[in-house]
Design a protein around this ligand. Structure first.
Ligand code: DLL
Length: 432
């Protein structure tokens, strides 16, 4: 089922025409209204009239997170402050948060793209949608909330945390759709089990999960434990929040809301464009945003695009599930390591629980990696010899995927801290 069939299933020619028209208007708007962009475009010798085709996009310089930081808090806003009706922010690992502002139209666009997201996940009017993403400066809670209201579902705005209450609501309200991070969904499943509640008896049907990288193996695990169809949704505060792209029931890539967000893939090192099917860094231009429109924003997430037809009938470009950010990538003794590679190995090993923490250290100028892996309850009560065998097996598997030596430490069930929002998977103790 589509929320907006005309936009989601639009022919490519018509879509590109619309994108070009919107791109021209956008460049004109930021040139006139944002001094930062006027300078950037002038330095690159671009005037609004220079944009005549979608290919001309390549001439426009990139915008980065550093540009947002340098113009903190409102310097990149393209409308007077009295047209801004909402402010969100995301806290990065360094310094000041990244701040974004929404006009009334932006909030409507956001509800529209989130309505599409929820419908493509399989939600509809009549559903009871429990929003366990954080409400607040984080965009997850309110983004899902507005989309759920738009499709006419009943929203339960519980926000994150208070796991006991979450489970009570799942049971008593007969929640049919859960929106949360995948790591929290897994935690909820475990916590329900501990309380002797059979997740099979819940009315839950669909999980709308995102905000952090997760693997297909974790999807299978959550689907098994929570008895839902788990859908991956993607977005980031700078672009709009959740609602940039989402899977459909075919679960074969995330459909990008291309009439609002124009995607490109580039080589992260050189900035050169990469064609469909080749992995690289995602770059997005916000075609319709008013509050803080961004030209060629370097998202830092690694993915690849396809424009092949999808069995669901949507015609928009799809992005492959994001397995990590280019800045999450660990370089261990010269080898690139993504936490998701480790996750996919661990989830193939029955004795390992899907909870892990990666410690990175530097010992005598050599980088080392130690993965703490929780073992399942049954396994833990077994003999030491058995544990040593499992540890060895995990090490061999992880090493064969990464191509470098690692240490594995099996830890007690439930000893790794569970997260209610985005999971912390890596603790890097190297002095930078
Ligand atoms: O996480 C928005 C969001 C909320 C998306 C709820 C989906 C669901 P930020 O806090 O700005 O916004 O973080 C954005 O999170 O650049 C990715 O690195 C990561 N991310 C978001 N969704 C996914 C996903 C929200 N499905 C950053 N898979 C992004 C992998 C994701 N990474």
């Amino acid at each position: 089922m589509y929320w907006n069939e005309a936009s989601e299933c639009c022919g490519r020619r018509d879509l590109e025409e619309l994108q070009l028209e919107r791109l021209k208007a956008l460049v004109e708007r930021v040139y006139r209204q944002v001094p930062f962009y006027r300078n950037r475009l002038e330095e690159a010798g671009i005037r609004p009239e220079s944009i005549r085709s979608l290919d001309d996009l390549q001439k426009i310089p990139f915008t980065t997170k550093a540009d947002l930081r340098d113009n903190y808090p409102f310097g990149l806003f393209a409308v007077p402050m009295d047209e801004i009706i909402r402010i969100h922010a995301s806290t990065g690992t360094t310094g000041k948060p990244t701040v974004v502002g929404y006009t009334r139209k932006d909030i409507e666009t956001w509800a529209e793209v989130m309505a599409r997201t929820l419908m493509s996940a399989g939600a509809h009017q009549g559903d009871i949608i429990q929003v366990a993403y954080g409400y607040g400066l984080f965009t997850g809670g309110l983004g899902a909330h507005y989309g759920a209201e738009k499709i006419g579902a009943a929203v339960v705005p519980v926000s994150t945390g208070n796991t006991k209450r979450q489970i009570t609501l799942l049971e008593d309200f007969g929640t049919t759709v859960l929106c949360s991070t995948p790591s929290y969904a897994l935690y909820l499943a475990e916590a329900a089990e501990e309380r002797g509640i059979s997740t099979r008896d819940l009315a839950l049907r669909v999980g709308v999960f995102g905000a952090e990288p997760w693997t297909d193996n974790l999807r299978k695990e959550i689907e098994k434990k929570l008895h839902v169809s788990a859908i991956d949704i993607y977005g980031l505060s700078e672009i709009i929040g959740p609602g940039v792209a989402s899977e459909c029931e075919a679960k074969d890539g995330l459909h990008i809301m291309e009439d609002h967000f124009l995607p490109e893939i580039i080589d992260p090192a050189t900035g050169e464009p990469r064609g469909d099917g080749t992995a690289g860094e995602l770059v997005i231009t916000t075609l319709t945003k008013e509050g803080i429109p961004l030209l060629r924003y370097r998202v830092r997430d690694i993915t690849r695009l396809t424009r092949d037809a999808c069995s669901c009938g949507r015609t928009t470009a799809r992005m492959e599930r994001v397995t990590g950010r280019s800045d999450d990538m660990l370089i261990i003794r010269g080898v690139n390591v993504f936490p998701s590679q480790i996750e996919s190995v661990l989830l193939e090993i029955p004795e390992a629980a899907p909870h892990y923490l990666i410690y990175v250290d530097r010992e005598k100028s050599l980088d080392t990696i130690e993965v703490h892996v929780e073992v399942s309850e049954e396994m833990f009560s077994d003999e030491v010899r058995e544990m040593a065998k499992v540890e060895k097996r995990i090490r061999a598997e992880v090493e064969s995927i990464l191509g470098i030596g690692v240490r594995i430490k099996l830890v007690e069930p439930r000893s790794i801290t569970r997260s209610e929002g985005k999971a912390v998977r890596v603790i890097d103790r190297r002095k930078k």
